[in-house]
Design a protein around this ligand. Structure first.
Ligand SMILES: [Zn+2]
Length: 881
């Protein structure tokens, strides 16, 4: 015993559980198991003072879930967490890093830190054992919370990491001390027997495996796996096992101790790896989850866009103008959303009931968001001075929450009092200039007036639905337009416009879209650059014999290509035009019982694409409806770019990731190498002189097919099983084999995507900013004459500088300060300036966790320089008058 400290190696038995909150059971079912787990854990800790450590999976939501039932045990949990016997945080939940936005990951860590701190201690380990691959920017994100390490399993090849520990470098150069878990994952010492000899066999095997990849004298033995409880005999077992090894001290411990000792004893010149981790060689990465239950991805994108681009920016502006910042309410909206972000939830790889419950959470998150936005916009609008309106006029305020001025289509229903009759309108600038607009309908409507002291009142009003292109809407601000009601028998004025149409085409200043008679695909003509793209918006359907995790086509697949033949144009006017293409696609009803080919029996499914151009806006919008009546298949829409390159760029979290179009040979891999990959808003193919960007709202899976460098965007992937063990593309199952009929996604779906062609690269063409604009659009408020002190247009915050983007504009978590987060997704240095429309006292450079120190000079704006892929959080102390 005297020699114990002389043993060079330390092996830490880390008792833990991996807590999938909902998956093959519902949240409520798993929670009952969680209650047992925590009750038993508390019993063990009370009875046995030598039971030194238990790790609660890097999450804090488990505390909330438990305390909702056992509030009386809060103090006892707090005691053990403070003492360092239970380890919680740094996360709120363990997310899928690709499928949620960058700001969602930040909020997750902010909330995890907040809750863990309230319980006395945050585990400062980037522990994320299970998620399906890892995003490139995780080094910078974790460092932004003062975490310098990560422990993970999937996504990197063992001949890449070349050891238990290595250095992971982010695209900006930030480094993490990274731990690559062994091939078995986060469970190399699970379910240890009370019998020392038997336990020795497991531990010896795990240690031999770790020593075969030795990079330090620190060895990690993870005693636990999915939903397993603490084993009370671990302290005794550790003591006994310690006697069995001459050079290795065996002790019960935690992840922080393991990391500390690894750093102390690590060999010099650790291997360095850069970039994202998405290889399926060493462990399955299950990345077809990007197309499982697409409706969940769409709902998530809506909520994230509302919270990040509307709720927080408008709440910040209203706060600067004197309104309370509804922080708690905004957090409730975020929390409902974050509860949908665990890897088993957002990935769509659980049983049907789990995903049904997610829909309600999305609804609640969105409802709160929309009401908060409404109140913010009301508050700001009410401060605008208007004293010039005649009886038949009203003001339409158009809001843009993005930090650069934009031209955007405005669609609004304007409502006039009942005594004002109208059959058309006039849209005017404040200076009196006439703006071409389109009347999309008019008639009688109701307006409900709420009053805190009287029941709601319903008023009859005359409405008009109008559409027009609003130019130069100021950065993070608003601009007003005057709408005049007109009631006469003359036909509406002929406006000069760039919008034109014929029997089978529509056209604006930038594009002409022509329907191809043969199959209902379209030819896109880029008029500015004289380029033509054929066979665009073509729908291709193939079979899928896979499961919720992995696409795996049947051995003898049958591919169906859409032949749509109803072609018409509609809503053609000075502001917009729609090319409508619809028809039926005849799909096999499902797979044959041997799952080796698709059924001979077919079913008709309707597809309708509305292709839209707006006046003077350089973007083609697609809205596609599909009525799915078939099972076991994958429907994609294709755009052949014909641009010659081997690279594709995909929008990601604080990054635009460059990926090779060619896929490696994956013979012998755990899972077939993925041809599909993730994007969070656009895919861009360019040869540096010219490019095509395909934008989308919540369609995260794409593939670039080498023939014509065709971008294929997955619209639906329909499968009937949580997991199966008979896949051609994956070796083992990824969960229990349970049927999931709702993952077949039967019924009507609507998909939104858009195309922008451009010169040079995506960065120089501002595709990041344009994608944000496409997702965000504008919102409006209607006003009458009112007193006020704000003028007819205003910019609160403007970001100048090529490449730069703002991901967050919010109030500081703890102080009366404004937080602006800027990042540079480009691969070259970017300089810029943040200009503010209000007075500033001081400016600081902050971290992602909103701590700050260094002061920045301010001189009619803050000058910023960001190295390639850098994220900067700038904190403003506002001078309130
Ligand atoms: Zn998991």
């Amino acid at each position: 015993m005297a020699n114990i400290n002389k043993k060079p190696y330390k092996a830490f038995i880390v008792p833990h559980t991996h807590w999938d909150r909902e998956w093959y059971q519902t949240f409520q079912q798993f929670r009952i198991r969680l209650i047992d787990l925590i009750n038993n854990l508390i019993n063990i800790l009370e009875k046995d003072k030598t039971f030194s450590d238990f790790t609660l999976d890097g999450q804090t939501i488990v505390l909330e879930d438990y305390l909702e039932v056992h509030l009386e045990r809060r103090e006892i949990l707090k005691k053990y967490i403070t003492e360092g016997r239970i380890h919680v945080g740094p996360w709120y939940i363990l997310p899928d890093e690709f499928l949620v936005s960058a700001e969602s990951i930040i909020r997750n860590l902010l909330l995890g830190h907040k809750i863990a701190s309230e319980f006395g201690r945050v585990m400062k380990v980037g522990y994320i054992p299970d998620p399906f691959g890892h995003i490139s920017q995780m080094p910078q994100i974790l460092r932004g919370f003062g975490i310098d390490n990560i422990i993970f399993w999937r996504g990197i090849e063992y001949d890449q990491s070349q050891g238990n520990e290595f250095i992971w470098q982010g695209p900006d150069g930030t480094e993490l001390f990274a731990v690559h878990l062994p091939k078995v994952g986060y469970c190399n010492a699970q379910s240890l027997s009370e019998d020392v000899d038997q336990a020795y066999k497991v531990i010896k095997g795990a240690i031999d495996d770790l020593l075969s990849r030795e990079t330090s004298k620190s060895l990690l033995l993870l005693n636990g796996t999915d939903h397993l409880q603490a084993q009370p005999h671990i302290p005794h077992l550790a003591k006994e096992l310690n006697k069995c090894f001459k050079d290795i001290e065996i002790k019960q411990g935690n992840l922080e101790e393991y990391i500390d000792y690894a750093k102390k004893t690590v060999k010099p010149n650790l291997n360095k790896v850069t970039g994202e981790f998405r290889s399926a060689k060493g462990a399955p990465i299950l990345q077809s989850v990007y197309s499982s239950r697409i409706y969940i991805k769409q709902a998530n994108e809506r909520c994230e866009t509302l919270l990040e681009n509307w709720v927080e920016p408008t709440a910040s502006l209203a706060w600067l103008l004197g309104k309370d910042y509804p922080r708690s309410l905004i957090w409730i909206s975020w929390k409902w959303l974050l509860k949908n972000h665990p890897h088993d939830s957002i990935c769509g790889c659980s049983i049907d009931q789990v995903h049904r419950e997610m829909i309600t959470r999305f609804d609640w998150s969105r409802q709160i968001a929309q009401e908060v936005i409404n109140k913010n916009l009301d508050y700001i609008s009410e401060k605008i001075k208007i004293d010039y309106l005649k009886k038949d006029e009203l003001v339409l305020v158009v809001f843009n929450p993005l930090p650069y001025s934009i031209d955007e289509n405005v669609e609004a229903r304007v409502k006039f009092p009942k005594e004002i009759n109208l059959n058309r309108a006039k849209v005017l600038t404040i200076e009196g200039g006439v703006i071409p607009y389109q009347l999309k309908g008019y008639g009688l409507d109701y307006k409900i007036i709420f009053n805190p002291f009287r029941p709601p009142q319903s008023l009859e009003v005359n409405y008009a639905d109008i559409s027009f292109t609003a130019k130069d809407i100021p950065a993070c601000g608003y601009k007003i337009f005057i709408i005049k009601a007109i009631n006469d028998i003359k036909t509406s004025k002929e406006y000069e416009t760039d919008v034109k149409s014929g029997r089978d085409y529509i056209e604006n200043k930038y594009y002409k879209i022509i329907s191809e008679e043969t199959n209902g695909a379209v030819t896109i003509v880029d008029k500015l650059n004289n380029k033509t793209f054929k066979n665009c918006n073509r729908f291709i359907d193939g079979g899928d014999a896979g499961d919720e995790y992995t696409y795996s086509p049947p051995l003898n697949d049958q591919i169906v290509i859409s032949q749509l033949n109803n072609i018409s144009t509609k809503d053609v006017g000075p502001a917009e035009a729609i090319l409508n293409i619809s028809g039926k696609i005849l799909l096999p009803v499902g797979l044959k019982s041997d799952r080796k080919s698709r059924e001979d029996k077919k079913v008709e499914c309707s597809i309708e694409s509305e292709i839209k151009l707006y006046s003077e806006i350089q973007r083609i919008e697609f809205k596609t409806k599909f009525d799915n009546k078939a099972c076991d298949h994958r429907l994609r829409v294709e755009f052949p770019t014909t641009i010659k390159t081997d690279q594709v760029y995909a929008d990601g979290n604080f990054d635009v990731v460059k990926r090779s179009i060619n896929v490696p040979d994956s013979e012998g891999w755990q899972e077939r190498a993925y041809k599909t990959a993730h994007n969070s808003g656009f895919i861009d193919i360019n040869d540096e002189e010219y490019g095509i960007a395909l934008l989308n709202q919540g369609l995260p899976e794409y593939e670039v097919i080498p023939e014509n460098n065709t971008i294929a965007l997955t619209l639906l992937r329909c499968i009937g099983w949580l997991s199966r063990d008979d896949l051609d593309y994956r070796k083992k199952d990824a969960g229990p084999s349970l049927p999931t009929p709702e993952a077949q996604c039967l019924g009507e779906h609507t998909f939104f995507y858009a195309l922008i062609s451009h010169l040079r690269s995506w960065a120089e063409a501002g595709i990041s900013q344009k994608t944000r604009q496409y997702k965000t659009k504008v919102l409006t408020k209607q006003l009458k004459n009112q007193p006020g002190n704000l003028s007819d247009k205003y910019s609160f915050i403007e970001l100048e500088g090529e490449y730069l983007a703002i991901s967050a504009l919010k109030k500081h978590e703890f102080e009366d300060k404004l937080v602006v987060r800027v990042y540079n997704p480009a691969d070259r240095e970017a300089t810029g300036k943040i200009k503010l429309g209000f007075d500033i006292h001081k400016v600081y450079l902050g971290r992602l966790d909103e701590s700050y120190g260094e002061k920045l000079p301010y001189d009619d704006g803050v000058k910023i320089t960001l190295r390639p892929k850098e994220i900067k959080t700038i904190i403003f102390e506002v001078l309130f008058k």
